[in-house]
Design a protein around this ligand. Structure first.
Ligand code: NOJ
Length: 569
């Protein structure tokens, strides 16, 4: 009898199991096969510092919502908000105590939903920051874990006996200073933390941790987020035998011995997790951006995954490490990432890196140089991620006294390491009180540059950095060569001028960047790329010359200037 019905039963079970799986959303691609994030411009917002709607001196979600029209007009398609979840704020949000809520200082979940709806009305996607390596020591998981050696969540974190009294399990050093192990006197074991002691590392070898963390992403996808920036991905796993790291000569800025972190960073298991997260992301048409610190492009390539099945957007942070206006260095870095087989992701600064305005500026021509840098990373093949304030030329405003430092690493490492406060100061909206950021004393001092560099005044000035960003982004959104064109390096021996062609079918865009303080004369022969044109039609020129056409056989570029022109066959 049972045998008779077996095929029917099997069909029912199979149908049920197919229907009960989360329905995979169809990947939306354009005619060229590109997904939305490949043509989008991303913009990083540090929520504490962007816009303060309730005037408590700290930015918030309603503040961000009030600036969506500004972002839309600027040409932004997606905002990445650094952690806005409940947190004791030891590492300003990178110590999360509840992954499925909003910190009251930033607002409520209802405010988040409103922000999400308002952004969506304007075609702006929201990307959240997923702090996956560690939680706050105040997260309920850690509070349970530390409560006893037999607690249900003991194994959600990494606990070990010391080597002996006062001796941690091994020689690993926290990247924020001191041993990476802290002794919990209650249970007399050490827990591991790659960052601050208040940021205990999760044990990703425990399947329950993985499930709980994957569910966090589903929870936010269901609320409408378009993806995540994955924090500190390379630190997820540690050698299970806890082998000592090789010690290198010298000490770092925090006074600790230099180490080669071979046993606690970049373990191969990271990639299994990334593939899993990607499957979930694909079911929601979402994008994963990686905080991927790599030493070379072959390391970066691994984060895309062997079958492009890990991160769609691992950041090329090596590009941001090119710390001088050097055409040969940029050329090398662009060529390497362009041929890596994945979609490049360009960044020139963020909340952990000194602002690009100062890093590339020479102290005299910083505005001109900021425009050259905009013309560079916004016209390359790939997706750019801007950092708030970059578009108005915000400066680093480092603390001058130790007692003013907010970022704990700045206090540990003072004066050699001043911390990251300098690149996190309030957004400069206008030339009024507190730069229009807040009615109250902001949590970090506004940079004095707000009187000359702010949104309101730069909107009035046709030659401002802000207007240059707006023009380039407008061009980028509609120009097929800038969106989809191949990249060809030109005049590759020129030490002063970085030039390239973006070619798409029978049209091309020529980008010429004079990174030197002298006038440069350049010549282009575009026949190898299939273009016989004798001149380029000007799309943007940051120098005084306003000619609509420039000859390719003799182009003269003012010091620190950018030229973008279209070329036809
Ligand atoms: C990288 C984040 O960008 C940084 O700000 C943070 O301190 C560490 N990860 C720890 O989460």
């Amino acid at each position: 009898m049972f045998r008779k019905f077996l095929p029917v039963i099997l069909v029912i079970i199979a149908t049920f199991s197919i229907l009960s799986q989360a329905p995979a959303q169809t990947k939306k691609v354009d005619a060229e096969g590109h997904e939305w994030w490949q043509h989008a411009v991303f913009y990083e917002i540090y929520p504490r510092s962007f816009a303060d709607s309730n005037n408590d001196g700290i930015g918030d979600l309603n503040g961000i919502a009030s600036k969506l029209d500004y972002l839309k007009d600027l040409g932004v398609d997606a905002i990445w908000i650094t952690p806005c979840f409940p947190s004791p704020q030891v590492d300003f949000g990178y110590d999360v105590s509840d992954y499925e809520n909003i910190d009251p200082m930033y607002g409520t979940l209802a405010n988040f939903d409103t922000l999400q709806q308002e952004a969506s009305k304007r075609g702006i996607h929201i990307i959240l920051d997923f702090v996956m390596n560690h939680t706050s020591d105040q997260h309920k998981w850690f509070l349970d874990s530390k409560s006893s050696r037999t607690a249900p969540k003991r194994d959600w974190y990494i606990w070990r006996d010391g080597k002996g009294p006062g001796h941690p399990p091994n020689n690993w050093i926290s990247t924020f200073g001191g041993s990476a192990w802290t002794l919990d006197p209650m249970t007399n074991q050490y827990y591991y933390h790659f960052f601050y002691a208040q940021q205990p590392d999760l044990n990703w070898r425990n399947p329950a941790v993985k499930d709980a963390m994957f569910d966090v992403t589903r929870w936010w996808y269901d609320r409408g987020v378009a993806g995540f920036r994955l924090d500190a991905v390379d630190t997820l796993f540690e050698d299970s035998k806890l082998k000592d790291n090789p010690v290198l000569p010298g000490t770092n800025k925090l006074g600790d011995p230099n180490m080669d972190n071979v046993y606690n960073t970049k373990l191969p298991e990271v990639h299994d997790v990334l593939r899993g997260l990607r499957k979930v992301a694909d079911q929601h048409n979402a994008v994963l951006i990686g905080e991927t610190w790599t030493k070379d492009v072959s390391e970066l390539k691994r984060y895309y995954g062997g079958h492009n099945n890990e991160l769609q957007m691992p950041m090329d942070l090596m590009f941001a490490r090119v710390d001088k206006l050097s055409p040969p260095e940029f050329r090398r870095q662009i060529a390497a990432v362009d041929s890596a087989g994945g979609w490049p992701v360009f960044v020139i600064s963020n909340h952990d890196i000194a602002r690009s305005y100062d890093r590339y500026g020479d102290g005299v021509h910083n505005d001109a140089i900021a425009k050259v840098m905009a013309a560079l990373y916004l016209t390359l093949r790939g997706t750019p991620i801007m950092y708030y304030g970059e578009e108005i030329g915000m400066t680093n405003n480092d603390p001058t006294r130790k007692e003013d430092v907010k970022d704990p690493i700045g206090r540990t490492g003072w004066p050699e390491e001043k911390g990251r406060d300098g690149e996190r100061t309030p957004m400069q909206w206008n030339g009024e009180k507190n730069a229009g950021f807040s009615e109250s004393q902001p949590w970090l001092p506004v940079s004095p540059s707000y009187t000359t560099h702010n949104v309101a005044s730069e909107l009035e000035d046709p030659s401002s950095i802000l207007q240059t960003y707006r023009q380039i982004l407008a061009l980028r959104h509609k120009n097929a060569a800038l969106l989809d064109g191949e990249y060809f390096a030109l005049n590759v021996k020129d030490p002063n001028v970085l030039s390239y062609l973006r070619r798409y079918k029978d049209q091309a865009v020529l980008v010429v960047l004079n990174m030197s303080g002298q006038t440069q004369d350049v010549t282009f022969d575009l026949t190898p790329q299939g273009f016989q044109a004798k001149s380029a039609h000007t799309l943007l020129n940051t120098s005084g010359t306003k000619s609509p056409e420039l000859s390719l056989s003799h182009m003269s570029l003012e010091p620190f200037s950018a030229y973008i022109g279209s070329v036809s066959k």
